[in-house]
Structures are given as C-alpha cells and as structure tokens.
Ligand binder design. Structure first.
Ligand code: NAD
Ligand code: ZN
Length: 353
C-alpha cells in the first residue's frame, strides 16, 4: 500500500515541505516527471519546488508508457545526475504515474524493465517516489503495478516495491481535464469496480472499496446535483477506492481485451476499455446497462468498427495478448475459463468492436 497520502484542494502547495526531508544530499536531485500538457502552465509549474540540481522532465502522454521509454529515461537520469536521485516525482495522469513508478524501480534494479514485467520479479526497493495525479480514474496513484508495453507483451511490473511512498491528492489539479478524457478515464474507475465486484477473486477487502467506488461513480456520472468542485473531489476518491479494490482482487474481461486492442492498435486505456465494455453485456449485464446510460447522458460517441480492417495475423496477436492475461480471465470466469474463452470466441467479440 501507499505509505503516506495527503488530500485536499491546494495540497499541492505542501510538496516542498513533504519532499525536503527526503533529500539525501545536494548532489542527489529530485527528478520531476511532468505531463507536457502543463508545459508553460505557470499556475502549476511555478509551484514545483526546485533546488540544487533538481530537474523537470516534460513527457508526452500521447502514447502509453513503453519499456524502452523507461530504460531511456533511466539512462538519461543516470548520465545527467552526479548521484542517484533523492526521488522521482510524477505529476500527471496514469501514463505519468506509471512512468514515475517504473523509473524509480529501474534506478535500483539491474537490466531492462521488460525483465520485470510480471508478478513479484523486482528484487531491490525502488528509490523514493511520489505520485501527484492530475486526472482521476485509473487508480495508478494507489496500485501496486505499473503497466508497460514491452517488445512482446503489455503487462505491469506488479510488486511490493511499485506503490508510491507518498501521494498528494489535490483535486484542483484536475480542473482543466477535457470532457471526453474525463469520461474515458473516469470509466476506467467504473469498470474496475464492475470487474472487481463481479469477479471470483472478490473478498471482503476488495468488496468494501469496490462498493464505495461504485456508489461514487453512480453519483458522479448519473446524478445532476454536484458542483464541479464536488465532482472533482469525489472522482479523485472514487479512483483511489477503485484502485484499492483491484489491489486485492483483479480486473476482468474488459481489461484483458482492451490490452489486446492497445497492443495492436495503440488504443489508449480509458477509451479502449469503453470500446470493449460497450460490447460485454453477456459478461456484465447490469454494469453495461448503467454504462450505456452514462454514455448517453454525457453525449459520448465511441469509435466504431475499429477492428474492421484487421488481418488474420493482427487478430491472432490481439487475441494472444488478451489470452495471456490468465489471472484476469480466471477472476472474470473462474478456474475453468479456458472452456468458455476460446480464440474463436474472442475473435467474434473483437469483430463487433
Ligand atoms: P493519461 O495519463 O494518458 O492522460 C490522458 C490525457 O489527459 C493526456 O492527453 C494528458 O495530457 C491529459 N491530462 C492529464 N491531466 C490533465 C489535466 N489536469 N488537464 C488537462 N489535460 C490533462 O490518461 P489516464 O487515463 O490517466 O492514464 C492511462 C494510463 O494509465 C495507461 O497507460 C494505462 O495503462 C495506465 N493505467 C495504469 C494503472 C495502474 O494501476 N498502474 C491502472 C489503470 C491504467
Ligand atoms: Zn484500468
């Protein structure tokens, strides 16, 4: 679990006070990985507390994190700092959260990040790392994974060393998120709840967080009586609870299939989950019904026929990436999932998307 967290509008201003005691010495800088959507945004960047050799690296979130990108960032940091950094601070959405977690792990573990994709492969504790989300829904700020696309798979580095040492939850940072992106990333949280609550891995720990996040999502996406500020505050906490819910269970069919879409077509996580989930009535009838209501209430049009022109080879890759996520299928369907989920079945589903 994340060991320390602060919550509140304006809590970003406490960053200096929070990280200063963690500075190892004047040659060990803090590295800020910041979503480049904030480049030139002085409202946010003027409050990043820089001292000594601290550096801001602006990173585009247009593509999801890759293992090669993590390795390149780690090399750049090693080559341009006098000593191992005092800490990595990620400021952005799930993309930046995941990069910050992965870079902090790879600064203390040998080899390439692709070698650590899987469960509990990380040997050494990561360096001090702080997550400051600026868009809510993924739960990446709280989870024990960092999802990376590698040369042969899209899979997280799941480990006890992955979670942040400190998270700053300042809902005000999410105020300028564009509407469609707000919906897609918010639906990631909603889908986490549905997959966790309807999964065979469910236990009282996951259920208690999942039910709270589910209730917040219904309020957020279907009720009319929240102010913008209340909605930002609540979505940030829904994301946190949704992330906690899957920390002790698993996600399911939408995530497995969305990873396949992302691997072959580069479809991003939030929108990819929405595209898939829209076609999963047979697995999550109630959840999909509510999702369709939310989609229409917010006038969201999802892309159609994404897979119409795929070759057989591309379908095979997509299906293989999805099938490889065995724990997700076992959670969704049960131990005998291979009897239900065949390559033919997945092809049929993908062909509708
Ligand atoms: P994102 O980080 O890709 O950001 C989406 C878009 O929103 C980007 O264009 C970004 O620049 C913009 N943005 C972010 N904050 C903004 C702000 N305050 N104002 C204006 N624009 C802003 O989106 P995401 O949905 O948060 O993250 C998706 C990523 O998270 C994927 O890579 C996915 O694999 C990962 N993920 C990780 C976990 C985990 O547990 N580690 C869980 C779910 C998803
Ligand atoms: Zn997700």
């Amino acid at each position: 679990m994340v060991s320390r967290v602060v919550f509140g509008r304006g809590s970003f201003n406490q960053l200096d006070e929070i990280i200063s005691p963690k500075r190892l010495n004047v040659n060990a800088p803090f590295i800020f990985l910041v979503d480049d959507v904030f480049k030139g945004n002085s409202w946010l960047t003027s409050r990043i507390p820089l001292a000594y050799g601290d550096k801001v690296l602006y990173i585009s979130a247009n593509e999801e994190p890759k293992t090669s990108q993590v390795d390149a960032l780690v090399e750049e940091i090693i080559l341009t700092t006098k000593e191992r950094p005092s800490g990595i601070i990620g400021i952005g959405g799930g993309t930046i959260m995941d990069l910050a977690k992965a870079v902090s792990i790879m600064l203390t573990n040998d080899g390439e990040s692709k070698d650590y994709q899987g469960w509990d492969l990380v040997k050494n504790p990561a360096i001090y790392h702080v997550g400051i989300p600026t868009i809510s829904g993924t739960g990446a700020e709280v989870s024990r994974t960092t999802v990376l696309t590698g040369p042969d798979k899209k899979l997280g580095i799941n480990s006890d060393h992955t979670p942040f040492d400190q998270v700053i939850l300042d809902p005000e940072l999410t105020k300028d998120v564009p509407k469609a992106q707000w919906f897609y990333t918010g639906m990631d949280c909603y889908i986490h709840c549905i997959e966790s609550l309807n999964g065979t891995f469910l236990n009282a720990f996951s259920q208690s967080y999942g039910e709270k996040a589910f209730q917040l999502c219904k309020e957020l996406f279907l009720d009319n009586n929240l102010t913008a500020e209340e909605a930002q505050d609540k979505l940030m906490m829904a994301s946190w609870h949704g992330g906690m819910s899957i920390a002790y269970s698993q996600v399911g069919v939408a995530h497995a299939m969305s990873y396949g879409l992302s691997y072959v077509l580069g479809t991003k996580h939030g929108i990819g989950n929405c595209i898939v989930f829209d076609h999963l009535e047979e697995f999550y009838p109630e959840g999909v019904k509510l999702f369709k209501q939310m989609k229409s209430k917010h006038n969201i049009e999802l892309p159609q026929n994404l897979c119409a022109d795929l070759s057989d080879e591309e379908f095979d890759t997509m299906i293989q990436v999805a099938l490889n996520l065995e724990p997700l299928w076992e959670n969704a369907i049960g131990k005998n999932w291979k009897k239900v989920i065949t390559p033919e079945k997945l092809k049929e589903l993908y062909q509708n998307m």
